[in-house]
Design a protein around this ligand. Structure first.
Ligand code: G6P
Length: 615
């Protein structure tokens, strides 16, 4: 949700900032802008509504001997997505320039006070208020930029990651974070590159510092970084070496990141199990939570918390944990959980599921559960992210960077990790018969190959996409552990194609959605062999009796559903508990192809952002 980049050093900042923004564009693409400063402290700002490509055109051939620059790609919160509201924002005197990711909640009170003092505002943003507030504090206190930012932020309520420059100190930058991520890359030549995540940094340096909550840093080329807390405690930063390659951030010949990420799933599922599963020795080892296993086994219940696709993974986890480990599970939206005064006891375990590890509602829900004494576990993809750091323990998904806004490989990696956890706990608890446990381990190891086989059905899926691309609505049905897969399939379609789609438990169809079924309604049914098969066959009959069009995901060799459905997409046979890992793939591809055929911007669907750091 908004991406920020900054550079100060000896290189030309423009290409670094533009390239950085492109890598962060998944965080928002309503507008883009950059501010440059030369060694005399002159500031130039370029900004535009639209995407980074529009900004790039705007600054074409605009060479300038800048020594530092900051840039921003916006997902609008306060104020319309237009050029005036685009970042960077400059203070009234023209001295300070700032980019911001987050929301300043008390901005209207601050704005009112500043207006009383004679400040004027051009935009509707909370960010313009913040830059002027810092300026005002600086003027009144007579402090330097770092201290003024520190003082000002103590009076700010909300979430922020900011980078500020002051024309009186060319090359110097002050960065700060609370609630929104910020990474400082430390270059070999004493230069600094700052960004919302590591993607813009990795081509310059692999040495980074993940700024912690309530920390500020002063960056000056050639000088050591100074990090302090808002309360002015000096921090010795512990630096991290990035385990990320440029190739992971490129499309590598695929038309879209989403397609690349769908095709990466044999690998990402494998990577999420690698080193953790040994089918020969019949063992699962999850180092991250090993020392908490007894605590989990003794818990009264597990609460899964997530948003969007990660919430769907949590729902799959609920079926897995209850079936295999016989531990009661509830799955909650972060946003609902945090605001309804939930009953949480110290014997509860809360598992936060998040690709980015930064989703504001999930993070807030976890913090609330921590206050109430629960054990927190994280399932995150982004190493070093806020959720990964604030939970007591966790298991990373190792899916690699996910760039497409619609989550694909992160979902299957989350489900893989949840399967491993449920199996491990079930094994320790003795709730899975030994033979089933061993079969499941073996089957899990076979999943990457089976995903590969599903990907080979792409042409069939493209034909189905062609036939139904103009449908106005879609219904997705599944039962049991494949009910959340139906929800996820519907979400994928609406996110990227803008076709209305709903997921339902198949049996619930009779309680409403059946009224919508006619010859124009495609219904995608997950009808794999073991999952309440007979019941789902009856549901298919009911759809057929009303002329609905049936697209069925079936187990290889299925004859019965094949005889009823308009289209079948086969997936290899597997244990029922593992079918979500296979059944999800054709639904991702179906959504992808429909969206491409409709000319949608698949990797950057309208109004969405990949990392939602505001509530
Ligand atoms: C946004 C993204 C979704 C994602 C959700 C939760 O809505 O567009 O793809 O599932 O946030 O994100 P998280 O990073 O917490 O998994």
């Amino acid at each position: 949700m908004c991406g920020i980049v900054g550079y100060t050093g000896t290189e030309n900042p423009i290409p670094i900032l533009i390239d950085g923004l492109k890598r962060l564009e998944y965080r928002g693409y309503d507008s883009a802008g950059l501010a440059l400063m030369n060694k005399s402290g002159e500031i130039k700002v370029f900004k535009t509504k639209g995407k980074v490509a529009d900004l790039e055109k705007l600054i074409e051939n605009k060479e300038w001997d800048a020594v530092a620059g900051i840039a921003h790609t916006r997902w609008a919160t306060h104020g319309a997505p237009n050029t005036i509201n685009a970042h960077p924002h400059v203070s009234g005197s023209g001295d300070l320039v700032l980019v911001h990711n987050g929301i300043i909640e008390n901005y209207s009170i601050l704005k009112e006070a500043l207006i009383q003092k004679g400040y004027h505002f051009k935009s509707e943003t909370d960010t313009e208020v913040l830059v002027n507030f810092i300026e005002d504090v600086k003027k009144e206190s007579g402090k330097n930029l770092f201290e003024s930012v520190q003082l000002a932020l103590k009076r700010v309520v909300g979430a922020y990651a900011i980078v500020v420059m002051d024309k009186n100190f060319p090359g110097q930058m002050v960065v700060a974070r609370k609630g929104s991520p910020l990474v400082v890359g430390i270059g070999k030549d004493g230069d600094y590159i700052i960004a919302s995540d590591a993607a813009p940094i990795v081509s310059h340096t692999k040495t980074v510092y993940y700024l912690d909550e309530d920390e500020l840093a002063l960056l000056e080329p050639g000088k050591e970084m100074m990090v302090k807390t808002l309360d002015n405690k000096l921090v010795t930063p512990s630096l991290t070496e990035l385990d990320l390659t440029i190739e992971q951030l490129e499309k590598e010949g695929f038309e879209h990141f989403m397609l690349k990420e769908i095709y990466e799933q044999p690998r990402s599922v494998y990577d999420s199990m690698r080193g953790r599963i040994n089918a020969e020795k019949k063992q699962i080892k999850l180092g991250g939570i090993e020392s908490y296993e007894n605590h989990i086994l003794e818990s009264d219940r597990i609460i899964m918390v997530g948003c969007g696709t990660s919430w769907h993974a949590g729902l799959v986890g609920e079926y897995l944990f209850e079936e295999l480990a016989r531990i009661p599970v509830e799955t909650e939206y972060g946003s609902e959980f945090r605001y309804r005064n939930p009953i949480i006891k110290p014997r509860d375990v809360v598992i936060g599921i998040s690709q980015s590890g930064e989703t504001a509602d999930t993070l807030a829900a976890l913090r609330l559960a921590k206050e109430k004494g629960a054990l927190l576990l994280g399932i995150c993809n982004v190493v070093g992210s806020s959720i990964a750091r604030e939970t007591h323990a966790g298991v990373y998904t190792h899916a690699g960077p996910e760039i497409g806004v619609a989550s694909t490989k992160a979902f299957t990696a989350q489900v893989t990790v949840l399967t491993l956890m449920a199996l491990r706990l079930g094994y320790l608890k003795g709730t899975i018969p030994q033979e089933r446990y061993e079969n499941l381990l073996q089957e899990l190891e076979n999943v990457p190959d089976k995903i590969e086989q599903v990907l080979q059905k792409d042409l069939i899926i493209q034909q189905v996409a062609r036939e139904y691309k103009n449908a106005k609505n879609f219904l997705y049905l599944g039962r049991g552990i494949n009910f959340p897969v139906a929800l996820e399939g519907a979400l994928k379609l609406k996110e990227i194609s803008y076709i209305h789609a709903e997921g339902y438990p198949a049996a619930e169809m009779k309680h409403g959605p059946i009224a919508l079924i006619d010859e124009n309604m495609p219904v995608v049914v997950i009808a794999t062999k073991k999952g309440n098969y007979d019941k789902i066959v009856s549901n298919i009959m009911e759809i057929k009796a009303r002329d609905g069009k049936i697209i069925a995901i079936v187990t290889e060799g299925d004859q019965q559903v094949a005889g009823l459905a308009d289209h079948v997409i086969e997936i290899p046979e597997s244990d029922e508990m593992l079918t979500p890992l296979l059944a999800t793939i054709p639904l991702q591809l179906l959504a992808y192809h429909i969206a491409v055929m409709l000319g949608r911007d698949v990797d950057k669907p309208r109004n969405l952002a990949k990392s939602v750091t505001v509530e």
